[in-house]
Write a protein that binds this ligand. Structure first.
Ligand SMILES: Nc1ncnc2c1ncn2[C@@H]1O[C@H](COP(=O)(O)OP(=O)(O)OP(=O)(O)O)[C@@H](O)[C@H]1O
Length: 271
């Protein structure tokens, strides 16, 4: 456990009072679902991208996945949210009481994929699907925009937002339906360094408050160690390393014990 005085966050900024004021939900109250993967294989033609993968993700865990380009990270996320089907093996989800469940899953991509002809709030409403009344949908979309600190842009067109604001809108669209499982596929990859730092803090705060299970794909090992409870390295479709990060949050960038974990992960990736 880290013993660093908690006056600065991992990015070297003063800790926001709200971070301390709102502790994470206890795991048993979170809405996250557990994930159980057994013998998962994915082939595209003759190419096997995921090999006989076994993985258990406890409810509410923040799991980061790192690995070389093409090792199968996005393929795994796509299978988990049902955008693609496994060649063989199984994926199952477990609810709070330990019973099998059909999760409400959402995915956020590197590109926000907003509808250009709809306002920001209408883009968020889309995340609720058809079954919610118009009034309730707008109330929930406003709350989601508030959560990502974008409420003042609710009536804007997506084309008038910055890259970071667009990604906030995409995050609000994913969060509005209160998913039990959120897949994040390199969501900060297209952002400049400063916006990335702000967005990392935002994602961590929202996860702490809402308690969904998060699978976060990134190329940035420091980002993975700063945010995740656990980091796995995928190597040619197999889990090469599985490391738990037990340090207190918010984490201190550059701390020696975090740097040591980063070093182990980099060795695992480039062995
Ligand atoms: N629909 C598809 N058809 C054929 N091959 C595919 C398809 N989708 C992915 N692949 C191949 O599967 C492999 C893994 O791709 P994937 O996108 O999962 O990698 P990744 O680890 O996310 O890479 P990156 O970090 O570059 O995004 C790659 O070799 C890719 O070309």
């Amino acid at each position: 456990m880290s013993t660093i005085a908690r006056t600065k966050n991992v990015w070297g900024r003063d800790i926001e009072p709200e971070y301390e004021a709102r502790p994470p939900r206890p795991r048993e109250q979170s809405r996250g679902v557990g994930i159980r993967i057994r013998g998962l294989e994915k082939r595209f033609g003759d190419v096997t991208v995921l090999h006989d993968l076994d993985l258990d993700v406890p409810a509410g865990q923040f799991l980061a996945i790192v690995g070389k380009s093409g090792c199968g990270k996005s393929t795994l996320l796509r299978l988990l949210v049902g955008l693609d089907a496994p060649t063989s093996g199984s994926i199952s989800f477990v609810g709070q009481e330990g019973a099998p469940t059909e999760p409400n899953s959402r995915i956020v991509f590197q590109e926000p994929r907003l509808l250009p002809w709809a306002s920001v709030i209408d883009n968020v409403v889309v995340g609720l699907g058809e079954n919610v009344g118009r009034r309730e949908a707008r109330d929930r979309a406003e709350a989601a925009l508030n959560e990502v600190q974008l409420a003042e842009k609710a009536g804007e067109w997506p084309s008038r937002l910055s890259g970071g604001q667009r990604q906030r809108a995409a995050l609000a669209r994913a969060l509005v339906s209160e998913p039990g499982f959120l897949a994040l596929d390199e969501p900060l990859g297209a952002l400049d360094a400063l916006t990335r730092i702000t967005m990392q803090a935002l994602i961590e705060r929202v996860w702490r408050e809402q308690g969904f299970t998060a699978l976060f794909v990134t190329h940035d090992v420091s980002e993975a160690v700063a945010l995740a409870d656990r980091v796995i390295v995928l190597d040619e479709g197999r889990i090469a390393l599985d490391i738990t990060v037990e340090h207190d949050r918010p984490r201190q960038r550059g701390a020696a014990d975090l740097a040591e974990i980063e070093g182990r992960l980099l060795k695992g990736i480039f062995k």
